[in-house]
Design a protein around this ligand. Structure first.
Ligand code: 5GP
Ligand code: MG
Length: 197
């Protein structure tokens, strides 16, 4: 049983795709965000929510989701970012996290909606959740655009998930390989070398 408030829509067959092939086209990402926004907006109504994008990967999804939330009537929000980095071999998180850029706003007593690109091992989301509560947030809700359930090392439940994907490395729509392809509007199967697309 899942405790997700919004369960991710399952994307099947990704394992059979070749690097470079599109897994989730831009239109499908946008449709999903639009569909989720009213439910999320309803839950955060009247709470003066701080929308917190986790850089760099969640830059695009924070912007797009934030606009759909606004369209859905959630206008009483502020926007901030933090940047967290995990040491590892480049494709896997180690659980050793450092804050590279901290939140600028005082989050004491605030309801925080953290927006992340992907829940993989869950080290990052678990860290961020504890960090925000430690800084005095009244509540922390987590939005993850993608979730790889089969890869979780730490049990952690994001509140809102866009898509469930298999054990595949993906790029695009904020996600990089060697810092490239973040601005590709589609999510595609990697690894694709810089200049590969
Ligand atoms: P975690 O393993 O802590 O749950 O995820 C840490 C970070 O690893 C994510 O925020 C994301 O930046 C990166 N990551 C995890 N899976 C992928 C993936 O499939 N592609 C890319 N480009 N980054 C990923
Ligand atoms: Mg990330």
């Amino acid at each position: 049983m899942s405790n997700h408030l919004i369960e991710g829509r399952t994307i099947r067959g990704g394992e059979t795709l070749m690097p470079g092939e599109i897994l989730i086209p831009s239109e499908q990402i946008q449709t999903r965000l639009k569909e989720m926004a009213p439910q999320i907006a309803e839950r955060h109504a009247g709470r003066n929510t701080l929308i917190l994008g986790i850089l760099k990967g969640a830059m695009l999804v924070t912007s797009d989701l934030g606009q759909y939330l606004y369209d859905a009537g959630l206008k009483d929000t502020t926007l901030d970012f933090m940047r967290v980095e995990s040491y590892g071999n480049g494709t896997e998180s180690t659980g050793q996290l450092t804050i590279k850029q901290d939140i600028m706003e005082d989050i004491t007593g605030r309801d925080v909606l953290a927006v992340e690109d992907i829940a993989d091992t869950n080290h990052t989301l678990n860290f961020i959740n504890r960090y925000l509560l430690g800084r005095g947030a009244a509540s922390v809700s987590i939005f993850a655009l993608l979730e790889k359930k089969s890869r979780h090392v730490v049990p952690f439940q994001p509140d809102y998930v866009g898509f469930q994907i298999g054990n595949i490395f993906v790029q695009g729509y904020g996600l990089d390989y060697k810092q490239m392809t973040r601005l590709n509007r589609n999510i595609f199967v990697g690894p694709v070398e810089p200049n590969g697309r």
